[in-house]
Every structure is written in structure tokens, then in C-alpha cells.
Design a binder for this molecule. Structure first.
Ligand SMILES: Cc1ncc(COP(=O)(O)O)c(C=O)c1O
Length: 464
């Protein structure tokens, strides 16, 4: 397994809290002043959508920035503000906005008919390519990451005849009942580290279902071994991100994934790598290829379909048998939709080819190094982490290993301020303390420099 070099850890200067809070207020005011039209859209949108957004992940304070268009690495909001996009649609747009190859493939398909609910050749080609990339022979298609992980859970339960699902504490796998458990629990809700409580992520999930999902801490094979021993014969699957990407980025420690693989095999537990975020972004074969550990199921979505809403589930021949023989029903009117398949085919075969991954890796390493230099120069209490097209500055003065670290070590105020300063300086970033940037093949050195300029502005502002 190849691991990234250890991250640079800043030597924490005294951060003036009052100054940081004042700067947050100022920057919030500035963002509101720069986006009045988004404010108007928000008022209108609230009349017809809760929180004024199609998905609660898009909400923001004081309102979301409504986007008008994007091209390459750039996006423009409804007020005409131009940004370099490091949000990239929650890590979807590695291909860059309005990518000509994808646009051409989709336009061609539009003229040939967009939906039949009967298979087309596109789904065969994409399944063949995914098999090659991820080393799993059988694939089905879905419409989102949520559907991919839901189907993975169904297949694992159907194949093993067991009900319990294990997941990693502090991980998000979409919004179906089996995985809306222990996503972002509060410190006081966590319970014992060796036997964490199953905490529902909001209301609407029956307790009986929540109780069937148990969580374990990331990067701790010993804790997993003890749970598997205790629950021997009951656990259908362990679903996990091989590198956590919803609480900044936390890579696996040396040997962890290998041990997870060994333990799950020993206990007959289906190992599901949720590669919705890592799949098409950190190597051609995602984390599976990058870390060299083979799971039984891989779940994909996001960047795989180049900006169209699609997902996929890959599995072993043995697991696929439960779908083939009708034990598990994997359905969906839009599964393998020709438009989505055309976009996925162009993404995987024409755009995100091996050279594209090399380019993304180089650009990401340059951006991480640039941030490291600023962190060192200003002595900031943070460090960088990155894999493939993805990276972030983690606002903690020592590396995170798991969710419990994230809860107590990450500085929310500094994260919030950095986000605001970036937004006010033409860097479109994912809102939320827990997020990371995603680069696209359209990002040039000049785009990266704009990020570094904004980050330096933030560093200067808190250093007085
Ligand atoms: C790791 C992971 N799995 C699953 C999902 C759910 O994907 P979707 O939003 O397409 O349903 C997400 C979404 O952010 C994710 O990050």
C-alpha cells in the first residue's frame, strides 16, 4: 500500500478568537453584499422548497449562492460573480464544466432517444470498463450514491441471510435507512469507543432499523476484530469509505485496510467499499486500485458519470448470483439510462484516462505544497491532506485518525472563516467544515494560484 507523505503540521500561534469571530461577521456581510440576487432567489425558492434548496446539503447561511453557468474550471453565479470552482458539484465535475467530449456524447444520444427502460449497448461498455478498473466482474446501475449503497446493503443481506450492518462512525453513505446511523453524532451521544451507540441521523428512521446498524471507529482494526468476535454470524456487511472523505480527508493508516479485508473474510462478512467519492477521482480504479485491497462490493456515483445523475454497484460473481436468481430485487426505471451511460462512457473512455489522473495528481500535489508553504510561513494550526483530485486544509493542529478526533480537534471557526474568505475572493468552495476541494482536468496553474492567493489572504487576516 502506498501512503501519502505525512502531512505538514503547523505550529499553533495564539489565535485571537475575538478577531476571528469579528472577521467571520465581516466576511458574512461581504458575501451577502456581493450576492443580493442569490438573496432574492432564496426568498422566492423558500416559497416552494424547504430551505430554498433541492437538497438540504445545498443550504447555506445567509442564503445559498445560486449558480447560473459553468465552463471548464469556472462558474458564474446569478449576480455575475465569477469563481474558480473547487467545489465541483460535491466532487462530481472532475471532467470540468461543459466538457466538450461529454457534451458531444450526450447531445448525440439526445438525438437518438433518451430513455427506453430497455438495455442499450452503453450500459455494457460502461460495465466492462468498470470491471476492468475495479477488478469486480458484475455490475448494476443506479441513479445516485444513495441507491448504490442501498443496493449494496440489500445484496449483502440477501447473500448472507444476516441483518446487521457495520459502518464506520462519522461516515455518510447516502440517505437510506440502513446508513443514516452514526453519521455526525454529537460527542455526548457517541457511547463507548468499543461499543458505540447507533445514533439516527435525524428523524424518520424506525428504531428497529437503526439498531441493526452498528458503528466502529475508523483506522482501528482491533476494535473491528472485537465487534466481529462479539457479533459472530450476525453481520452481513461492513460498509466503509477506504479513505474517509466526509470529515475532511482521513487516509487509512498503514496496514488497516488489509486487516479489515482479512477480518471480514474470516467472519464471512461482505466488505463494501463505498467509492462514491473516491471511485473516479483518486485513480482509474479508485481506492481499490490505489490501496490494493479488493472488496466484495464497490459502490460508485458522483464523478463516474461526468455530471449526469448516475451510479453503479460492482460485485463478485458469487454475490451477483442473488440478483441473477431473483433472491434480491435490484430495480429502477432509470437504471442504465442511455443519456447517463453516454456521459459515463465518454467520462471513463475519453476524458478520465490514465494521463488525466496523472495531471490531477500533479496539480493536487502542487496545490497541497503551496498551502503547506503558507501554513508554515504563517505558523497556522492546520495541515493538508490529499489524494488524487481531492485535497483539503484540515483546521486541526494534529492529524485526524477517526471521527472522534474530528469532533474534538477541528477548529470550526477557522474553517468557516477560510470558506468565507475563499468565496469572497473568487474561489467557489463546498460549504461545510467537513468538506474538501475537488480538482478538474480544466484547472491550470493560474487557477491554483488564485486559490493560494485567497488562502494567503485568509492566513494574513488571522495573523493580524
Ligand atoms: C461516500 C458517499 N456515499 C454515498 C453518498 C450519497 O450519494 P448521493 O448524494 O449521490 O446519493 C455520498 C454523498 O455525498 C457520499 O459522499
Amino acid at each position: 500500500m502506498t501512503l501519502e507523505p505525512p502531512p505538514a503540521v503547523g505550529t499553533a500561534p495564539e489565535i485571537d478568537r475575538r478577531r476571528v469571530l469579528r472577521l467571520i461577521d465581516e466576511q458574512k456581510g461581504l458575501l451577502a453584499d456581493r450576492t443580493p440576487r442569490s438573496g432574492q432567489y432564496y426568498e422566492r425558492a423558500r416559497q416552494v422548497m424547504p430551505k430554498g434548496v433541492p437538497s438540504s446539503f445545498q443550504e447555506n447561511d445567509p442564503w445559498p449562492v445560486y449558480i447560473e453557468r459553468g465552463s471548464g474550471a469556472d462558474v458564474v453565479d446569478v449576480d455575475g460573480n465569477e469563481y474558480v470552482d473547487f467545489h465541483n458539484g460535491f466532487g462530481v465535475m472532475c471532467v470540468g464544466h461543459a466538457n466538450p467530449a461529454i457534451a458531444a456524447a450526450v447531445k448525440r444520444r439526445v438525438d437518438e432517444g433518451t430513455h427506453f427502460a430497455a438495455p442499450t449497448e452503453g450500459s455494457i461498455v460502461v460495465a466492462e470498463e468498470l470491471s476492468r478498473r475495479f477488478g469486480l466482474p458484475q455490475w448494476r446501475f443506479t441513479n445516485s450514491g444513495t441507491e448504490s449503497t442501498m443496493d449494496a446493503v440489500h445484496v449483502a443481506r440477501g447473500a448472507t441471510g444476516r441483518d446487521v450492518i457495520l459502518k464506520i462512525e462519522g461516515s455518510y453513505h447516502g440517505h437510506h435507512d440502513a446508513v443514516m446511523v452514526s453519521v455526525y453524532p454529537e460527542l455526548e451521544e457517541l457511547g463507548d469507543r468499543d461499543d458505540p451507540r447507533s445514533v439516527p441521523f435525524g428523524a424518520g428512521y424506525p428504531k428497529a432499523i437503526t439498531d441493526l446498524t452498528r458503528s466502529v471507529p475508523f483506522n482501528d482494526a482491533g476494535a473491528l476484530a472485537r465487534v466481529l468476535e462479539r457479533m459472530d454470524g450476525k453481520v452481513a456487511a461492513l460498509i466503509m469509505e477506504p479513505a474517509m472523505m466526509n470529515i475532511n480527508i482521513i487516509p487509512p493508516v498503514e496496514g488497516y485496510l488489509e486487516e479489515v479485508r482479512r477480518l471480514t473474510s474470516e467472519h464471512g462478512v461482505v466488505l463494501v467499499f463505498d467509492e462514491v467519492k473516491t471511485g473516479a477521482t483518486i485513480s482509474p480504479g479508485g481506492a481499490t486500485q490505489r490501496f490494493g485491497v479488493q472488496p466484495d462490493i464497490v459502490t460508485l456515483a458522483k464523478a463516474t458519470c461526468g455530471g449526469l445523475p448516475g451510479g453503479a454497484v460492482g460485485m463478485t460473481a458469487e454475490l451477483a448470483q442473488v440478483i441473477a436468481d431473483g433472491t434480491v430485487h435490484q430495480y429502477g426505471t432509470f437504471n442504465g439510462n442511455p443519456l447517463v451511460m453516454a456521459a459515463a462512457r465518454a467520462t471513463l473512455m475519453e476524458v478520465l484516462v490514465p494521463e488525466a489522473y496523472e495531471r490531477l495528481e500533479r496539480a493536487n500535489q502542487a496545490l497541497l505544497r503551496g498551502c503547506d508553504e503558507i501554513i508554515a510561513e504563517y505558523g497556522l494550526p492546520c495541515y493538508t491532506e490529499g489524494l488524487g483530485a481531492k485535497g483539503c486544509v484540515v483546521f486541526a493542529s494534529e492529524p485526524l485518525r477517526e471521527y472522534r478526533d474530528y469532533l474534538v480537534k477541528v477548529d470550526d471557526d477557522l474553517s468557516t472563516l477560510a470558506w468565507l474568505v475563499h468565496m469572497n475572493n473568487g474561489i467557489f468552495m463546498t460549504p461545510g467544515v467537513e468538506e474538501e476541494w475537488t480538482l478538474s482536468i480544466a484547472h491550470t496553474d493560474a487557477h491554483l494560484q488564485r486559490y493560494l492567493d485567497a488562502f494567503e489572504k485568509f492566513a494574513r487576516s488571522i495573523s493580524g
